[in-house]
Design a protein around this ligand. Structure first.
Ligand code: FAD
Length: 217
């Protein structure tokens, strides 16, 4: 695994003095703790990791000492873009499931797809998914072309993940009580969406990056 370590505790500002170190999982002093009980993303383990007097040879240093934060920065645009792509893909799946469900579920003698509220909600969400798809497609092409789209990717990360959270909530509502049951994938979609606005840099941090790039400091 790659560990991001503060190798110069006195370096300032705080993002300086950070290095990337390769640590083999069979090194003495490395221990895995318990798997954390998460709200969503049940298909992936997230565990505690402990390093007690864990020593590695200098050859395990990745790149140059003290440049770890800079290396991480070069990958963040891609990581955040991947989150945006994943959010839109998840939205599309949730929307497709919901469209299928509202056509089959009947209330007051007709499919709930026949209610104007259902139609308007789904029409609005479908529109937003198309807008999001167009945006991430454009950014994907720019990223592959090697352009600096940090500002736009930060926009896409916060906007698509907020959409995913809102969309899964609206879709779950259209499933009624079934939406709350684990056997319906929309409940998993809803739980999984929560972390999207948190990891890979919280959405508040995304807005700080955008503001900075707008010269607002
Ligand atoms: C399932 C999962 C997987 C993860 N995987 C990884 C991984 O693979 N690699 C990795 O490095 N990290 C990973 N993380 C960690 C994740 O990136 C952090 O949880 C996230 O960056 C937020 O940091 P924090 O938890 O310390 O929250 P905090 O920094 O404590 O933030 C708490 C709240 O305060 C807000 N806040 C903080 N600072 C400011 C500010 N200056 N202005 C305004 N608001 C602010 C935040 O936006 C947030 O709403 C993972 C987390 C989870 C839950």
């Amino acid at each position: 695994m790659i560990v991001v370590a503060k190798t110069d505790p006195d370096a300032s500002p705080p993002h300086r003095g950070i290095s990337l170190i390769l640590v083999e999982t069979d090194r003495a002093g490395f221990e895995r703790g318990r798997n954390l009980d998460k709200l969503g993303l049940k298909g992936q383990d997230t565990s505690e990791l402990f390093f007690n007097e864990c020593r590695v040879p200098v050859a395990n240093l990745l790149g140059q000492e003290g440049r770890g934060f800079r290396y991480l920065m070069t990958q963040l645009q891609q990581e955040r873009l991947v989150i945006g792509v994943g959010s839109i893909a998840s939205c599309k799946r949730s929307l497709e499931d919901t469209v299928a469900y509202v056509k089959e579920r009947e209330a007051f003698g007709k499919p709930i797809a026949g209610f104007q509220n259902t139609q308007f909600k789904l029409a609005e969400l479908a529109t937003e998914v198309e807008i999001g798809q167009t945006f991430v497609d454009r950014l994907m092409a720019a990223h592959v072309a090697g352009e600096d789209v940090v500002r736009e990717v930060s926009m896409a990360k916060w906007w698509t993940t907020e959409l995913q959270k809102r969309l899964t909530g609206e879709c779950l509502q259209l499933f009624g009580g079934y939406g709350f049951m684990r056997e319906y994938p929309i409940s998993t979609d809803y739980a999984d969406a929560a972390v999207q606005t948190i990891y890979a840099g919280t959405n508040e941090i995304m807005k700080m990056i955008i503001a900075r790039r707008m010269g607002l400091e």
